[in-house]
Design a protein around this ligand. Sequence first.
Ligand code: GUN
Length: 284
Amino acid sequence: MSAKIINGKKIAEELQNLLKKDVAALPSAIGLAIVQIGDDEASTIYVRNKLKAAAAVGINAVLHKFSEDVSQTKVSSLITKLNADPDVNGIIIQLPLPAHLDEETLLESIKPEKDVDGFHPLNIGRLQNGSDKALIAATPKGILYLLENCGIDLCGGNALIIGCSKIVGRPAGMLLLQKGCTVTLAHIHTKNLPELIKNADIIIAACGCPQTVKAEWVKQGAVLIDVGINRLNGKLCGDIEPAAIQKASFITPVPGGVGPMTVAMLLHNTYEAYLKQKQEKPTK
Ligand code: GUN
């Protein structure tokens, strides 16, 4: 048996085409502010992809770029300005930040209704409560979209998440729990990872360690979602051993799996944020 490859690039393009039509039908423009600090190579690529995709769907994305040594006060005052700007519907601060900046304070300073990354504690709490007011982090939301788009039955399945970052693992766990999965949140220090993998119907590998999930441990017919983007011997690879394709029923490729969905879902969140902001405006 060989797995069906989940074509995240194609599914993301389809989602963006639908979004483009919805955005074109709106009475006013949607604005997204992207804050980037420093010149981290991966961040620069992600930001470039976000700007390009936003332009393709008709969202006005503006990059606010600071040098590596910018002060906390300077970034804070930009966030205050963006929070107050009615033309800005979404704000993201590209992570990671330089060590001298206080990430928690900056993320918490973004107005929750403009927090299209879903990193603000209010949005995390709303996600935990299953509230439809939550803006949900783009990568886990994109993963759920891929699973549902492929018609994968989640209810009752054992879902193993490896890596419990606030960006991917933790919110993914909450989303899968709400879909009826029995969720195990593991990480690279988890001692019995092979046993947990053998028992998992769905695996989300998001620990950032090359080929952590060995093919020999994977259960026949498991669904494998690979969030990792690593380099091994100069080659791009995920957190799952490529040979696992022989055991899985579905698998995401690296690249071209989860990555494009993150961008598509960020834009979808910006559209959602716009709609919520307009609804909340008092009518005369
Ligand atoms: N860095 C890596 N992934 C992300 C993401 O989804 N959002 C932001 N803001 N930074 C990131």
